[in-house]
Design a protein around this ligand. Structure first.
Ligand SMILES: [Ca+2]
Length: 411
């Protein structure tokens, strides 16, 4: 048992070596050199630190699980990949697909798949590898893309890193690592979702807590956070604690576990999905500076079965708008805006891995309502909307060439 005062002490110790804000581009390439997560090279702790003084108040609203229903789409397999994670649609009908072992594939509009060269080395682990890919807001003129990935580090561990590079149609050039989490332990969950502010002038990056719990509450560690950065990886000057420097200056929200989905709605709200532990997967509406409570509260519990107090137990933490128990294991998140399914315009579409599902959530401003939980029959890891309004899904896992790409179209 760890008492409140010892947790506070641990945080104080953790802040003794605070990260410094990069002062210039060359420093930015070093990334924030934050302290290591507690026990970085030790076995990952099994349970969240129990806080016996918190009385559990069970969550009674927002439970979002629905009965699985057959998908009302034509589902067509249109490609095979090695453990695909994410995809980004290119102008003209081509797509970039990340493969977790460290390959970036170009799928041409005619279905031909080729390897993109110049991709950074990754450290492959159960949830680490090449992760996110997005086109820069000015891609039409810059041809810039961003990749998130678990970067091998000198101590044998890995750190979440963000690379910006130019895609010339076959290769990446001008690669720059513009941000690093600076926490180099082994394994765990890295996050790696990327979204751009509606004005295209800043980006949001999710950083998982690497299954180490308390770093999500440590303002000096870039773990369990959503960061808001400039397009070149520096802290966004409008951030809530920009003047504090270091990781604090980069932080938009904290107290997250494993966020794999980030997306803006047209009204300017930023939505996020993250994996809970045993249950308690979350859809969160991100508000600047808010703390989302992991691992102090969760509507799920530890994998061991040891309870974690539900969100209403500590209302000072932001509670999820919706949550799923049993878990769906949310992956990617998009806001649907296409012409093929006009009835879904404005809905959130959420990939579900363990749930083998595509989930639709309707929105009315800040009010989220679960609408569909379709039974896709495979682990859905990433998704994107094509120019024609079709929805493309990639399958989680599938080593070698067993990870499938599907196109969902109107029946
Ligand atoms: Ca709980």
């Amino acid at each position: 048992m760890i008492r409140r005062h010892s947790l506070a002490l641990a945080l104080l110790v953790g802040t003794a070596c605070s990260a410094q804000q990069p002062a210039n581009p060359s420093a930015a390439e070093q990334g924030p050199q934050g302290p290591q997560p507690a026990g970085a090279n030790n076995p990952v702790p099994k349970d969240s630190p129990a806080e016996p003084s918190i009385r559990n108040v069970p969550a009674t609203t927002g439970h979002a699980n629905l009965a699985l229903t057959p998908p009302p789409f034509t589902v067509t397999e249109i490609g095979r990949f090695d453990q695909p994670v994410a995809l980004a649609m290119l102008p003209g009908g081509a797509a970039l697909v990340t493969e977790k072992p460290g390959h970036l594939k170009l799928r041409a509009a005619d279905g031909k798949v080729t390897n993109v060269t110049g991709v950074p080395a990754v450290q492959l682990s159960s949830q680490g590898g090449l992760l996110g890919v997005v086109l820069a807001p000015d891609y039409a003129t810059s041809h810039a893309i961003y990749l998130s990935y678990s970067e091998p580090r000198p101590n044998g561990g890995a750190s979440l890193a963000l690379m910006k590079a130019v895609f010339d149609g076959a290769a990446l050039t001008g690669q720059r690592v513009i941000w690093r989490a600076g926490s180099d332990g082994p394994g765990g969950q890295f996050g790696g979702a990327i979204a751009f502010a509606p004005d295209g002038k800043s980006l949001f990056l999710s950083s998982g807590e690497r299954q180490r719990f308390m770093p999500a509450q440590d303002p000096e560690q870039a773990l369990g956070k959503i960061l808001r950065l400039t397009l070149d990886g520096a802290a966004w000057p409008g951030n809530p604690q920009y003047k504090a420097g270091g990781v604090r200056a980069q932080t938009w929200t904290l107290g997250h576990r494993n966020p794999y989905g980030l997306a803006f709605t047209p009204d300017g709200r930023l939505w996020e999905v993250e994996m809970g532990p045993k249950g308690g997967d979350e859809l969160n509406l991100l508000r600047p500076g808010r703390n989302y409570g992991w691992p102090i509260v969760s509507n799920g519990d530890n994998y061991s079965g040891a309870p974690i107090p539900d969100h209403p137990s500590k209302p000072e933490f932001a509670a999820p708008e919706l949550w799923w128990s049993p878990t769906i294991s949310p992956g990617g998140l998009i806001v649907y805006s296409g012409a093929m399914f006009p009835q879904y315009k404005g809905s959130l579409m959420i990939a579900g891995m363990s749930g083998k599902t595509l989930v639709r959530v309707t929105l009315n401003g800040a009010k989220a309502t679960p609408a569909n939980q379709w039974n896709m029959g495979f682990r859905v890891r990433g998704l994107a909307q094509a120019a024609d309004g079709a929805i493309w899904l990639v399958e989680d896992g599938g080593r070698g060439a067993e990870g499938r790409l599907f196109r969902l179209s109107r029946k």
